[in-house]
Design a protein around this ligand. Sequence first.
Ligand code: GRF
Length: 200
Amino acid sequence: LNIAVLVSGRGSNLQSIIDNIENGYIPDAAIKVVVSDKGDAYALERAKDNGIDAVFVDPSAFGGKKGYEEEVLRTLAKYDIQLVLLAGYMRIIGRDVIEAYKNRMMNIHPALLPSFMGLHAQKQAFDYGVKVAGCTVHFVDEGMDTGPIILQRCVPVLEGDTEDTLAGRILEQEHKIYPEAVKLFAEDRLKVDGRIVSIL
Ligand code: GRF
């Protein structure tokens, strides 16, 4: 399974996928390329440190979103990518990319969807006063954080929590369920029927 990971930042979820391929938890898979829309993303360093091609695609260099995404698609095609993982990638994916990787592109979101879509989900949840928070891995569709849900994990909100302690507790679980979802995909155990993802 040839995987590409799209990133914009620190890349801790990228690292958890790298580690879980390396230790054999995710079978028959390799990250072929890490693509970033930010030249200084730490995730690019992580890729290089692990011998993975790291590509910065400059969003301002291709005459707008369409041109930028065509370049991203060309990059993915070059590596014969079968699964695309968004891991802290801070852009809305356009329709052409969605179509090209329908049910073959996943995202990790730091909230229990459909609650708290969009940016700063952990802060949204914390400020709302929820007692249970969590994270979601889902396939990517045209909406923001709206695609079919693959896995979710919840964590408690504890007395004395801050936004940061809560975000840390959620991140720990992100690093578990993202590799789990990729493993299920690699083993061909995910069946998608409309919104419903069954685990075989
Ligand atoms: C994570 O919280 C993820 O859920 C969200 O963006 C953050 C990325 O963190 N989509 P990292 O770059 O994987 O460390």
